[in-house]
Design a binder for this molecule. Structure first.
Ligand code: CMP
Length: 139
């Protein structure tokens, strides 16, 4: 089915001017960017967005990293968009990411791993609503 997923191009990637290169991977693979904006997250926003990881040892560093520069938040639409985007991103740790995936191509480390993508359609809906009003999403 056609679905939507939420994506973030992270500060390590915006810093290296990789927004277009990453978007090209999405578009070449049938994901349509139906909403997109560049913003600098507040610490409160980053902490709330990643609160499922609040008890993990990497949480504070992750929040610091996510507020270290601008991000591009996006809604991607396409056939099986959640799973497709996760395939295109590759493994969280770039050392384990398959050839040709965004993280293999661009990520610097397990933390500075260039992109975030929703892990389920349910979380996609929550994450999209956290950053976008319905009127900002144009399919
Ligand atoms: P993301 O998909 O945005 O979800 C949580 C993020 O935490 C993850 O990508 C990584 O950027 C970051 N992270 C840092 N260290 C770890 C770790 N050891 N395991 C998983 N995620 C990590």
């Amino acid at each position: 089915a056609i679905e939507r997923t939420f994506s973030i191009i992270k500060p390590d990637a915006t810093r290296r001017n990789l927004t277009g290169a990453i978007n090209a991977v999405f578009e070449k693979n049938g994901l349509k960017i139906v909403a997109q904006k560049r913003l600098w997250m507040s610490r409160a926003q980053a902490k709330e967005f990643y609160k499922v990881h609040a008890e993990r040892p990497f949480y504070n560093d992750l929040v610091d990293f996510m507020v270290s520069g601008p991000v591009v938040v996006q809604v991607l639409e396409g056939e099986g968009a959640v799973a497709k985007n996760r395939d295109l991103m590759g493994a969280t740790n770039p050392a384990n990411a398959a050839e040709g995936t965004i993280r293999k191509l661009f990520a610097e480390s397990i933390e500075a791993n260039s992109v975030h993508g929703s892990d389920s359609p349910e979380n996609a809906a929550v994450e999209i609503a956290y950053f976008f009003a319905g009127t900002e999403i144009v399919g």
